[in-house]
Design a protein around this ligand. Structure first.
Ligand code: ZN
Length: 134
């Protein structure tokens, strides 16, 4: 079951500049930054009510974020949905014919298990499913 939009991920070139930009836009500071080594990214989170904005900056040139910015420029990178049981969702969505990039959930930012759906099977939108690790 998909519960809600957990966060929206935005690819940025320069985290310090973008933190300052979004802090002045939102009128509040980001509440945490976190590196995800396996993805080659640095993240920064803003709480927006029950959802969040996640800024993503590449930490290496072969990071998916570096490649995304190279191709499309900065902007919305993915939408993440909070799910109750990520393994059950993977099974359900595979059956429905969605192209899942990693069928085994991996450790993401913000204490979450995550899987990604290929944008080709979701109208060009990269979808992240995430489940809080308890
Ligand atoms: Zn995300």
């Amino acid at each position: 079951m998909i519960k809600k939009i957990e966060h929206i991920g935005i690819a940025v070139k320069n985290m310090d500049e973008s933190n300052a930009l979004f802090e002045s836009l939102f009128g509040k500071a980001h509440y945490k930054t976190e590196a995800v080594e396996s993805e080659g990214v640095k993240t920064s989170f803003f709480k927006m009510g029950k959802t969040k904005i996640e800024l993503l900056e590449a930490t290496s040139s072969d990071s998916p974020i570096a490649k995304f910015i190279e191709k499309k420029g900065e902007g919305i990178h993915h939408i993440a949905f909070d799910v109750k049981d990520i393994k059950a969702e993977v099974k359900r969505l595979e059956k429905e014919g969605f192209h899942i990039l990693n069928t085994t959930p991996k450790q993401g930012a913000d204490n979450k298990l995550v899987v990604f759906l290929h944008p080709k099977s979701t109208n060009g939108v990269l979808i992240e499913l995430c489940q809080e690790i308890d």
